[in-house]
Ligand binder design. Structure first.
Ligand code: SAM
Length: 242
């Protein structure tokens, strides 16, 4: 009978209504998870799973392990946090920014996705995140957000790098250069810690080597069945050598 009822319901209820109802349910679930974060100042592992699930977009979101590391680092963040690629991490950062008083600049290449993320930030009254919409452009051998370094405040010391999405359509060498651009375009000469997601991507080791060769970056990695990311350290050159 339930099957019969379901197919009957499907034939009389417009699919737009069903999608709308699902979206409302997801939004409520996300609001509940964020309320716990607001009240407690951090989410338990179970709370992080709930936030991750409520946000949805599972094919593109970071894993819960990375979300937990982002939460841990944001707990002591000061100044401006730079984020490359927006999503669940942006919303998490937005709540913690309200609590701890830092600001977040989040770069997004996809205008429709930027609108969706901004809409969620507005609905949750998260005013400390600025989503900067910037399409990718070709710079030398890599694709990077079309953004002037001067648009970024000087006090960036934590970077969450989970973007951009560099498609194969850019060609083999640009695709392999992946997220290389974040250091030469925005971080060279700054002292910063960067969480680089997707260390299991075959392009990651080559990029880390280039950052080390070109900018003296050092890194450590987390790579197990729960997730894979790198923590990259950049030190500013000694005074007078800049
Ligand atoms: C890997 S996502 C992750 C963002 C965020 N750190 C998170 O965990 O949710 C990074 C980029 O993928 C793109 N993206 C996100 N969702 C997408 C979707 N459903 N379809 C296509 N691209 C998407 C967006 O441009 C976004 O900046």
């Amino acid at each position: 009978v339930p099957k019969l009822l379901r197919s009957l319901a499907k034939s009389v209820v417009p699919s737009a209504w069903v999608d709308g109802a699902r979206a409302v349910h997801r939004d409520r679930r996300l609001s509940r998870a964020l309320r716990v974060l607001r009240d407690a100042g951090e989410l338990s592992p179970e709370g992080l799973v709930e936030l991750h699930t409520a946000w949805g977009n599972s094919g593109f979101s970071c894993d819960v392990r990375f979300l937990g590391e982002v939460q841990r680092r944001l707990g002591t963040a000061t100044g401006t946090v730079l984020e490359c690629g927006t999503g669940a991490t942006t919303i998490l950062a937005g709540v913690l920014a309200e609590r701890h008083g830092f600001r977040v600049v989040s770069l997004e290449q996809d205008p429709a996705w930027a609108t969706h993320v901004r809409h969620t930030l507005d609905r949750e009254h998260l005013a400390r995140v600025t989503v900067v919409e910037a399409p990718l452009r070709l710079i030398g051998d890599h694709a990077w957000y079309a953004l002037d370094r001067a648009q970024l405040p000087d006090d960036v010391s934590l970077v969450i790098c989970d973007g951009p999405f560099v498609a194969r359509e850019w060609g083999e060498s640009v695709h392999s250069a992946w997220r290389y651009g974040v250091v030469p375009q925005l971080l060279d000469g700054r002292e910063a810690e960067m969480l680089l997601d997707d260390f299991d991507d075959p392009r990651a080791p080559g990029i880390l080597d280039r950052w080390s060769r070109d900018f003296g970056a050092t890194w450590s990695t987390v790579d197990d069945e729960n997730g894979a990311f790198a923590v990259v350290s950049l030190r500013s050159p000694p005074h007078g050598l800049q």
